[in-house]
Design a binder for this molecule. Structure first.
Ligand code: NDP
Length: 266
């Protein structure tokens, strides 16, 4: 199966954005040009995201929204109900990308959940079926047992965790790669070698790292709390990095995770 889905190159991540500041932040983001928003049932701010989208007056086709089902929402009935609750909170008829947030392999419910999501797509409630935090063996199980793969896999990815083997698998199977924690949750900002490289290309460290992600067709969803940072991150889409900088970026890979290994999150 080939996948013709192309996600927005950059979106705004909403994890840990307090519900009371979400509407204003999304309004700012819309104002400076963001059109993709990454949310989830367990972020607790879908209602406020929906309110900002609705008050923008933008046509439904001009923005995209991701939501995700949490661990305790997995299973064929669970995921149906979870999606409906999310749509209700968002005030939308459909979500552009819906994901299994974590595979939770010990619960053994991701295959049944994925099968149900394909049906929900047929009903028009989901436009694209995605997953998050899936290792290759979980993707292979979907392929084997359902004969279908997600259009996108959103995983932790930054200079310290470059995900080369997984992304090779993605490109061989038409799965779009999306980076969560694209700035390693802010940790890369304290790296003087990265700051040095950024200086060489006349960019901030955040811009360097986001442009590096985009250079390999990985879409990014950085979270930022100020208009200044929203703009700074957005402008990384115009930064082209020279080959030698891209080569040097490979040296930062050290299999370092800011979050759990998906195998252990159950
Ligand atoms: P990020 O890598 O996006 O880092 C966010 C941190 O970087 C914040 O502290 C932010 O500060 C800071 N920051 C952002 N831009 C700049 C800048 N230009 N200069 C300096 N500091 C900056 O981490 P997240 O964990 O938030 O990941 C992004 C998104 O990915 C989440 O919001 C969520 O949508 C998604 N996600 C998905 C997961 C999954 O399991 N599928 C897991 C975790 C995240 P400040 O906010 O103060 O501006």
């Amino acid at each position: 199966m080939t996948n013709s889905f192309t996600p927005a190159r950059i979106g705004l991540g909403l994890f840990k954005v307090p519900a009371e500041s979400t509407q204003a932040l999304v309004e700012d983001a819309l104002d400076v040009g963001y059109r993709h928003f990454d949310c989830a049932s367990n972020y607790g701010n879908e209602t406020q995201l929906g309110a900002a989208l609705s008050s923008s007056g933008l046509d439904r086709s001009s923005f995209t929204v991701t939501s995700k089902a949490w661990l305790d929402e997995l299973g064929s009935t669970g995921i149906q109900d979870a999606l409906k609750r999310s749509l209700d909170r968002l005030g939308l008829d459909s979500v552009d990308i819906y994901m299994i947030h974590w595979p939770a392999p010990e619960r053994d419910l991701y295959v049944a959940s994925f099968r149900e999501m394909l049906l929900l797509r047929q009903e028009g409630l989901i436009k694209n079926v995605g997953v998050s935090n899936f290792h290759i063996d979980y993707l292979e199980r979907l392929r084997r047992e359902i004969g279908s793969l997600p259009v996108l896999n959103q995983v932790e990815r930054h200079p310290y965790l470059q995900q080369r083997e997984l992304f090779k698998y993605h490109s061989e199977h038409g799965i779009a790669s999306q980076a969560w924690g694209p700035l390693a949750r802010g940790e890369i900002l304290a790296d003087s070698r990265l700051a040095n490289l950024a200086g060489r290309v006349g960019a901030s460290t955040a811009q360097l790292v986001l442009a590096w992600q985009l250079s390999s067709s990985v879409s990014v969803i950085p979270k930022a709390s100020s208009r200044k940072r929203l703009l700074e991150n957005l402008s990384s889409t115009n930064l082209l990095l020279p080959e030698e900088v891209l080569r040097e970026m490979r040296e930062f890979d050290r299999d370092y995770r800011t979050g759990p290994n998906p195998a252990d999150k159950n």
